[in-house]
Design a protein around this ligand. Structure first.
Ligand code: GMT
Length: 375
């Protein structure tokens, strides 16, 4: 099939999932066209089956806000016509489902009927979508999609609670491509990050408030009082500066490394012993899954879709949001014994393989087929 994918091109989970899905679809013989304002960060290789179309929004002084939705829907119309695209898959409802619907309507005027699949990722629903300003537009564009998918059961349930949705929502979980994590890759360069006797703890996110970055630092502070350890913080975002200050106040600066954004998180996870994800909410927790496929157990909050990924007492432990003390105790429990740590590591990778792309990709393909045959 010829598929257009609309996503955010940044380090956020929805963009990563959309990009990895597009690459996997191209490997299966589909022709994939990414339409967004910048080349997605994980899209390194373009080929005759993977195309990237940049959406330009011309600056015009009259516009206080530049109209991205308008530019995106026009670009979609042009790209769909030029390349004979058969299906549109938008990731993240705001504003992609809205722009996609407009494109669909414009094309229908010309007798071109294109099905639209909308995948909900979480923040589009829980944080932004339920804002009263956006609610009518988000409800409308979800209901106008030919097929709606959500990345976890929890997200589906919350979408149905927040919005008046008339469409069936199909749960298709996020996935990992385990072939990208070769077991022969042993050059972890652990020694660059920590001394031999130290455990390595990692957190990866976009450092927004929802990630509860101060909890990460406090949990690490408690751990390092009992166990020699280093903390690696990967990512950029508004909470990063405050996190650095907190580390300084707690006298942790020589034990915490802030690495910024990285395209090599598998290398970082390769030498990690534990992943911390104490988020306020998380529709899925792709970062936790990426940790698990790299044999890293997870200590997390028990919110949103995280319990569908991190299994209590098996791949790690889950606690109520903000329960820093319990999360610290659980982390110490995993880290203080080599045998226990190894068991959790093995369990983590075992459970992660249940989310292998080879199991998840056919679910998307069957949804595409259904939507295409209906249109
Ligand atoms: O977590 C973020 O802030 C980024 C956000 C996004 O939209 O890219 O992530 C959401 O989608 C990911 C991929 O489906 C999920 O793994 C994350 O849990 C979800 N984030 C939240 O729900 C806060």
């Amino acid at each position: 099939m010829k598929i257009a994918i609309v996503c955010y091109p940044t380090f956020g989970g929805s963009g990563v999932v959309a990009t990895e899905l597009g690459i996997a679809l191209a490997n299966r013989g589909h022709e994939v066209h990414f339409v967004t304002y910048r080349q997605p960060v994980r899209l390194e290789l373009l080929s005759n089956r993977i195309h990237f179309h940049e959406v330009h929004v011309p600056e015009y002084p009259l516009f206080h806000y530049q109209p991205y939705e308008l530019a995106l829907s026009s670009k979609l119309v042009d790209t769909i016509k030029l390349y004979g695209i058969e299906l549109l898959h938008v990731h993240y409802a705001i504003p992609h489902a809205y722009a996609g619907y407009m494109a669909k309507m414009m094309l229908a005027e010309e007798g071109i009927h294109i099905p639209m699949i909308t995948t909900l990722h979480g923040t589009d629903i829980t944080l932004v979508g339920n804002h009263p300003f956006y609610k009518p537009a988000v409800t409308f564009s979800i209901n106008q999609s030919d097929v709606v998918t959500a990345v976890s059961k929890n997200l589906k349930q919350r979408t149905l609670e927040f919005f008046d949705i008339k469409k069936e929502i199909q749960v298709i979980p996020n996935f990992i491509d385990k072939t990208k994590y070769s077991p022969s890759f042993t050059d972890c360069q652990r020694s660059l990050m920590a001394n031999e006797n130290e455990r390595i703890i990692t957190h990866i996110s976009n450092f927004r408030r929802v990630k509860r970055i101060p909890d990460v630092i406090h949990i690490f502070n408690n751990i390092q009082k009992k166990i020699p350890a280093k903390l690696i913080m990967v990512g950029e975002g508004p909470e990063k500066e405050g996190a650095e200050l907190l580390c300084e106040q707690l006298g942790l600066m020589d034990k915490v490394l802030f690495l910024g954004n990285s395209n090599e998180i598998d290398r970082i996870l390769c030498f990690s012993d534990l992943f911390l994800l104490p988020s306020e909410t998380e529709s899925f927790g792709l970062a936790a899954l990426e940790a698990m496929v790299n044999k890293v157990p997870v200590v997390s909050s028990n919110t949103g879709g995280i319990p569908e990924v991190n299994i209590q007492g098996v791949t790690g432990f889950l606690s109520d949001v903000g329960n820093v003390e319990e999360m610290s105790e659980n982390a110490i429990r995993i880290l203080s014994d080599d045998v226990v740590l190894e068991e959790f590591k093995e369990n983590a990778v075992h459970v992660a393989h249940k989310f292998d792309i080879l199991k998840v990709l056919p679910l998307y393909e069957s949804v595409y087929e259904k939507a295409y045959n209906r249109s």
